[in-house]
Ligand binder design. Structure first.
Ligand SMILES: Nc1ncnc2c1ncn2[C@@H]1O[C@H](COP(=O)(O)OP(=O)(O)OP(=O)(O)O)[C@@H](O)[C@H]1O
Ligand SMILES: [Mg+2]
Length: 238
């Protein structure tokens, strides 16, 4: 079953067009990654899904909802969690407060407390830092808090923008493992990555974006061996 569908999306920043007829499908239960070089329009795709930016043309459908007609809080209530670029935690708030912010749309107090416990089991490192201000954590720790915060909303789908960006190799591996664990628990993942080999190692399906157009898509296992993947990155960050 397809959980998320972007159909013929055109996006502009003022007069500048950044998406040209974007078609993306995310199947329920999968890890789908969006690859692409610098400034290809990856983060803008996340903004479109979350309703932070409206496409000039095209539709976004998620789990029976037309997202193009919904506000961001409604989109989150519909079941989409976000782990934005550079984590964007509330730095002056404690880790615990950040996690509870992830449940802002929920009112089931007992279940929220239960989910918080479950997050601390999944992310033991986060438990140790529960009372610390989020801004004092390392990049890897902040990434885990951002993932746990998104999960506190009990999303069906989590959108992650460059989850491994700027992390030490140890944390990169840990974060990728956690993405797989969360996915095995039933959460569908749509992630943006610059590092194609890392992303393809854990994804089921992948799309390659080049200056606002999908130039290639397919099963991650077959794309991992595709020379066009390398070509798509020429001119991008390595
Ligand atoms: N708020 C904005 N106003 C105007 N132009 C923008 C804005 N945000 C992004 N852009 C431009 O839109 C294009 C796509 O940007 P986007 O952030 O989606 O790319 P990206 O693929 O995420 O790049 P990166 O790899 O650097 O994260 C770029 O040319 C960028 O300069
Ligand atoms: Mg980006």
């Amino acid at each position: 079953m397809t959980l998320l569908t972007l159909r013929k999306i055109d996006t502009f920043y003022g007069p500048v067009q950044v998406h040209f007829g974007l078609d993306i499908e995310v199947r329920q239960g999968q890890i789908v990654c969006l690859l692409g070089g610098n400034a290809s329009g990856k983060s803008t795709t996340m903004k479109i899904i979350l309703g932070l930016l409206r496409p000039r043309a095209g539709t976004v459908r998620f789990d029976g909802h037309d997202l193009t007609a919904m506000t961001t809080p409604k989109i989150i209530r519909a079941g989409i969690g976000s782990v934005p670029e550079a984590r964007r935690l509330f730095g002056a708030m404690t880790v615990r407060e950040n996690l509870l912010m992830g449940a802002f749309a929920r009112s089931d107090r007992v279940e929220i407390a239960h989910d918080l416990d479950r997050m601390l089991e999944l992310f033991p490192r986060v438990r140790q830092r529960l009372a610390s201000r989020a801004g004092t954590l390392s990049g890897g720790e902040q990434q885990m808090v951002a993932m746990a915060r998104a999960l506190m909303g009990r999303p069906k789908l989590i959108c992650m923008d460059e989850p491994t960006m700027g992390l030490s190799p140890l944390f990169v591996d840990r974060v990728l493992e956690l993405i797989q664990t969360v996915n095995r628990d039933g959460v569908t993942i749509f992630m943006v990555e610059q590092n194609a080999s890392l992303a393809l190692a854990i994804a089921h399906y992948a799309y390659v974006l080049q200056t606002g157009r999908i130039i290639l898509h397919g099963e991650a296992a077959s794309l991992a061996h595709d020379p066009r993947i390398r070509d798509a990155y020429l001119g991008g960050k390595t």
